[in-house]
Design a protein around this ligand. Structure first.
Ligand code: MG
Length: 444
């Protein structure tokens, strides 16, 4: 019963809810969705991915779709290669930050951005009705040689490589033995870093829960402090999300990744009037930073595609999500830990500061996240509507659920896209104040 079909793709427990039939049918449905042409396929290194990739390729090929297979590589690499190779779409075999027994599929359109809500609904309808293509011509399969080089080249093109190289940064890398391992080592070595590899072997199981949140980064914190490194980087299993660890061995939280990148980019582009796009649940550090540089923050619904489409519309300079997802249009409209690393190293190199002092210069807030079980949509809607009436005299953002905005705090309640829960997130100047806001909302 764990199969999750949503705007973010399909996720399930391999061999249980995520069966061979589900994978095959979704591959055929995606083939019918794009109708003809070529699809780029890549995967994270979960052992189940090897078999799933054969089912995906066979589903696409049997519908007359040509496949270019990249092997194990990050999600943003597949998104970038769809555009580079002028393909008609992409499929990524990954369960992102979910534990090892999970796997899943993500679907990419020809502009390298994920399917949006309407597009995902159309794909799901094809899947449910099994309106597949009956093709008498089998598609071809090509395995792409050196699939990682174009992504590294793109990242290099956006940062001051020579200045970073001069610093010879000592970096500890925890890729969670995931899809980021190989490409991130290449990137860091080309940036002249002295790399200490913590978990960078995609042949081995995940050493910890792959979500790059502080409680999963204890080994990285110890290694950075113990080795006297300048910084530590942690990625999730498909390397779209990034977290940093300071030279003191402290994991400040994944919300800081986007804040550091936004601060750095805005400080390089001081002309004012720049646009930064992020979702409703991302830290207001981004607002404070934008204000400092005369930039404007545009908030969107939750989901990478919503941020990406708004960034295109707003011609945003930078954007992303507070979960460690930096999106930089010069590389692509994808959350990308590699450009995140590039921009953060450039921030250290151009400021001459340690990562701790960069963080000290950022606004200080506390975010608290809670879930409330809501088995039905009706229950979730009823809870959210009650909050909406109770706080109707406050400043509200109703883009998704209800976000109550105070001068130095906010609380956001919304139904989850992927779980039968309502999420309540609050941010304030102290943890107690954030907790208080949450109980005010849930207790209503
Ligand atoms: Mg991910």
């Amino acid at each position: 019963m764990t199969l999750k079909i949503s705007i973010s793709g399909v996720r399930g427990i391999t061999g249980a809810s995520l069966t061979d039939e589900v994978i095959s049918d979704f591959s055929k449905a995606f083939a019918a969705y794009i109708k003809k042409g070529a699809v780029i396929v890549g995967r994270d290194p979960r052992p189940s991915g090897e078999k799933i990739k054969d089912i995906v390729i066979s589903g696409l090929n049997s519908s007359g779709i040509n496949v270019i297979y990249l092997g194990v590589c990050p999600t943003p690499t597949v998104q970038l290669m769809v555009k580079e190779l002028k393909a008609d779409g992409g499929m990524i075999i990954t369960a992102s930050h979910n534990p090892g027994q999970w796997n899943g599929l993500k679907f990419v359109r020809k502009d390298g951005i994920f399917l949006n809500k309407e597009e995902a609904e159309r794909l799901i309808e094809i899947y449910r009705k099994r309106s597949f293509i009956a093709s008498n011509k089998k598609g071809s399969l090509k395995v792409q040689d050196k699939p990682l080089a174009p992504h590294i080249k793109k990242v290099h093109g956006c940062i001051d490589v020579n200045s970073i190289r001069k610093n010879k940064f000592k970096v500890v890398l925890d890729s969670c033995n995931g899809a980021g391992s190989e490409i991130t080592l290449m990137l860091l070595k080309e940036l002249g870093c002295d790399v200490i590899e913590l978990y960078t072997d995609p042949g081995k199981p995940f050493p910890h829960d792959p979500e790059p949140i502080p409680e999963n980064l204890n080994a990285l914190c110890e290694k950075v402090k113990g080795s006297g490194a300048d910084i530590g980087f942690a990625q999730d299993a498909d390397a779209d999300r990034l977290a940093v660890v300071t030279e003191k061995g402290i994991a400040p939280g994944e919300e800081y990744t986007l804040a550091i990148a936004v601060q750095h980019i805005l400080s390089k582009n001081k002309s004012g009037g720049q646009k930064v796009v992020t979702n409703l649940s991302t830290s207001m550090m981004v607002d404070d930073i934008a204000k400092k540089y005369g930039a404007k923050v545009v908030r969107t619904r939750i989901g990478e595609v919503n941020v990406a489409e708004e960034m295109v519309k707003q011609k945003a300079l930078i954007g992303g999500e507070g979960n460690g997802g930096v999106m930089y249009p010069k590389v692509g409209y994808a959350r990308d830990s590699l450009i995140g690393i590039g921009l953060i190293l450039e921030a250290l190199s151009s400021s001459g500061k340690s990562i701790s002092s960069v963080l000290e210069g950022l606004p200080k807030y506390f975010i608290v996240k809670k879930k409330v079980d809501c088995p039905s949509k009706a229950e979730a809607d009823s809870l959210i509507n009650k909050v909406r009436s109770k706080f109707s005299n406050e400043r509200l953002d109703l883009t998704e659920g209800v976000k109550i905005i105070y001068s130095n705090a906010w609380v956001h309640i919304r139904a989850s896209n992927t779980e039968p829960v309502v999420r309540v997130i609050a941010e304030a100047e102290s943890r107690n104040k954030a907790l208080e806001l949450i109980s005010k909302v849930i207790g209503s």
